[in-house]
Design a protein. Structure first.
Length: 330
């Protein structure tokens, strides 16, 4: 919905907003301030805050309204506001890419993004994210709001998907993301892929006994893929080519549903006791593509006395093998 009356209801983390784009002339965009509230967003020319410029950045928290700045640089042309930028890839997909669904409905001179305070987001963007954003936008210039900016014309869309209850996305966003990537990505890779976390830096990010799981999957004919070692377009090409994708829950499974083929067999392994996050990821996979999803939980009981943030939660390997066999993956 473009330029109609704004929705009357306020933002609710339990209800994904109806697609809507507010066009703001002489919009004032503020950078993110210090503090846990992540205050930032867009003001109209009369000083009123644009509520839908708030970003849902966790299961139930929105960025806060900032103070109205006194001065700003000027950015001419018509631009699309795409939210906040954080270096964590999964958050970037849910909090930034999710606002790009109006592309193609209007011509834009560029994209406007508010980087997370206190990080060199520009470096992360150039190294890891730009090529993917270019696939979606056709290479539109990106303007990072690090000081207040007065934009000649700014379209401010609702998020098309987000955390937890917003994870399934609007039909408009699902059509946009799958259509853009299917047109831009040529499937290339093996038919059976295991998505590994064994080379991540922090032990708490890893999966118990994953090297053992990798040996099992290789024996079953799977290619072990470490997503972070490949560009995002390369990852998309791999996921689009595969007919069986297995792996522990994580950010890779936020990206894969954008390009997976209908009928793909997906094995999602629960790696930690965060049931809400796991269930949300499974919901996203099923919402974006008609796949055969098998959820597997072989974690040991929470109260076994071995839980620590410094190590992955312990897993019953034999139980996992039985679940993989029952699911038709071995």
């Amino acid at each position: 919905m473009m330029d109609d009356a704004a929705p009357g209801a306020g933002l609710d983390p339990r209800v994904l907003p109806e697609p809507y784009v507010e066009t703001v002339e002489k919009a004032l965009v503020t950078p993110m301030s210090e503090g846990r509230e992540l205050a930032c967003g867009v003001f109209r020319s009369n000083g009123n805050f644009v509520e839908q410029s708030r970003t849902l950045y966790s299961a139930n928290r929105f960025t806060a309204q900032p103070d109205l700045p006194e001065s700003a640089e000027v950015l001419s042309g018509r631009h699309l506001f795409i939210g906040i930028g954080r270096h964590h890839f999964g958050h970037f997909l849910l909090e930034c890419i999710s606002r790009m669904w109006p592309l193609g409905q209007r011509r834009y001179d560029g994209l406007v993004l508010i980087p997370m305070h206190g990080i060199d987001f520009g470096a992360v963007f150039q190294r890891r994210l730009k090529a993917f954003v270019d696939l979606l936008s056709g290479g539109l210039p990106m303007h990072f709001v690090e000081t207040p900016v007065r934009v000649e014309v700014l379209d401010v869309p609702t998020q098309g998907m987000g955390h937890r209850d917003w994870i399934t996305g609007t039909p408009e966003f699902r059509r946009f993301i799958r259509g853009q990537l299917q047109a831009a990505v040529t499937p290339e890779g093996d038919e059976k892929v295991y998505l590994s976390r064994s080379l991540l830096k922090r032990p708490g990010q890893m999966v118990d006994q994953e090297e053992r799981i990798e040996r099992l999957m290789r024996k079953a004919g799977y290619t072990v893929l470490h997503p972070q070692r490949h560009s995002l377009p390369e990852q998309c090409a791999r996921y689009a080519a595969a007919w069986q994708i297995v792996g522990p829950d994580g950010s890779a499974f936020h990206l894969a549903p954008f390009v997976m083929r209908p009928g793909t067999k997906v094995g999602l392994i629960q790696r930690r006791w965060r049931q809400g996050a796991f269930d949300a990821l499974a919901n996203q996979i099923e919402a974006f593509c008609d796949v055969d999803l098998v959820k597997m939980n072989a974690l040991l009981r929470r109260d076994d006395g071995r839980m620590s943030e410094d190590v992955p939660p312990p897993m019953d390997y034999r139980r996992l093998v039985r679940k993989l066999e029952a699911g038709g993956f071995l």
